[in-house]
Write a protein that binds this ligand. Structure first.
Ligand code: PHE
Length: 344
């Protein structure tokens, strides 16, 4: 009986002095668990006489119930305290300003490129890319511009070796496409990419810019097919009221060659500063693929003809978005670029 009283005092003392969940758990181990003091009291029963056993058992049970209650009450208090502490330390201040994530978006030139690609893909064209470092063969010779021909002066070139250069136009991709097709038709491709010319940089010139060129080859392809195609492009890019006009021009790889003007989207052809009071804006060069070009690429059937065109992406983007300096595309001023977020 003394022992019961002693354990009672010890346990109450241990429960009361517990300050944390760890401490109260230790009380559980010391008193209630399998090897705890209350359990060992029970095992002393077998040393008692049969008359003493029920009395002792009852006492131990009472002790157990009493201590369990004290233990549970304390556990609840400590649990609540731990929870309060956790809540206090993890407090979130919902009135603080949020973190400003800034996401990138598509570059204006890429917006225009994707738009043009989309227009032509809808008409069944494939998109072809090539290498920026190109052979003289595909950049010039196959385009009917032999070595030392004066037409090379139209495109001042960065040469790497006598035979290797930075492509001056994406026409090089088209020349490869012609060769790869080896006389097979139809060909319907558009070729976007960076091109390089030894120009001095200013508001309208850049030593590196982007082109997107098109090539169609088939039986009886005509200049009016070219006109219809480019008119559709002009309407999709600059509005349904646009029309185009052809002016005679010169390219070594097309015959006839034309310069293509679009009626001004700013003044509707009335005359304004954008079109320099002419009502028209020059946007691209085009023409019927020169027979010599087809022949060099292995096309023998004379009923096979083709058209080609080439447009500068920067020029289209500048007209479309009213950008005045071509260098804005490359200097990466975030304030400039951010304006195009909404056009994606
Ligand atoms: N390759 C020409 C240029 O870079 C553009 C062009 C392409 C002209 C196709 C006619 C036909 O200026």
């Amino acid at each position: 009986m003394n022992q019961i009283q002693q354990i009672r005092e010890e346990a109450i003392q241990a429960i009361e002095s517990s300050q944390s969940l760890e401490e109260i758990k230790k009380v559980h181990v010391d008193f209630f668990a399998k090897k705890g003091k209350i359990t060992s009291l029970m095992s002393q029963m077998r040393n008692l006489s049969p008359e003493e056993r029920p009395v002792f058992g009852q006492q131990v049970n009472e002790l157990k119930n009493e201590l369990q209650q004290a233990y549970d009450a304390k556990l609840e208090v400590l649990n609540q305290a731990a929870m309060d502490q956790k809540l206090a330390s993890e407090k979130i201040d919902l009135t603080l300003p949020g973190i400003d994530f800034s996401f990138g978006h598509v570059h204006p030139l890429m917006i225009v490129q994707r738009e043009i690609e989309q227009i032509f893909m809808e008409m069944g064209y494939d998109v072809l890319e090539g290498d920026e470092v190109e052979l003289d063969l595909y950049n010039f010779e196959r385009a009917n511009i032999p070595k030392d021909h004066p037409a090379r002066d139209m495109q001042d070139t960065f040469y790497i070796t006598d035979e290797l250069l930075l492509r001056t136009h994406t026409t090089a991709i088209q020349m490869r496409a012609l060769e790869a097709n080896n006389g097979e038709i139809p060909i319907r491709v558009i070729c976007p990419g960076k091109v390089y010319r030894k120009d001095d940089d200013d508001a309208t010139h850049s030593h590196q810019f982007n082109q997107i060129e098109g090539l169609v080859v088939g039986h009886g392809v005509t200049l009016s097919d070219l006109k219809g195609t480019l008119e559709l492009l002009a309407k999709r890019m600059f509005g349904q009221n646009r029309h185009i006009r052809f002016r005679p021009s010169y390219f070594q790889f097309t015959e006839p060659s034309v310069e293509v003007d679009v009626s001004c989207h700013m003044c509707d052809g009335e005359g304004c500063s954008v079109c320099k009071d002419t009502g028209y804006i020059e946007i691209l060069g085009a023409g019927m693929v020169h027979p010599a070009v087809l022949e060099m690429a292995g096309f023998e059937d004379k009923t096979i003809t083709g058209f080609a065109f080439g447009v500068g992406l920067e020029r289209v983007a500048m007209l479309k978005y009213g950008i005045e300096d071509i260098r804005s595309f490359y200097t990466n001023d975030a304030r400039f670029l951010k304006q195009f977020e909404r056009f994606e």
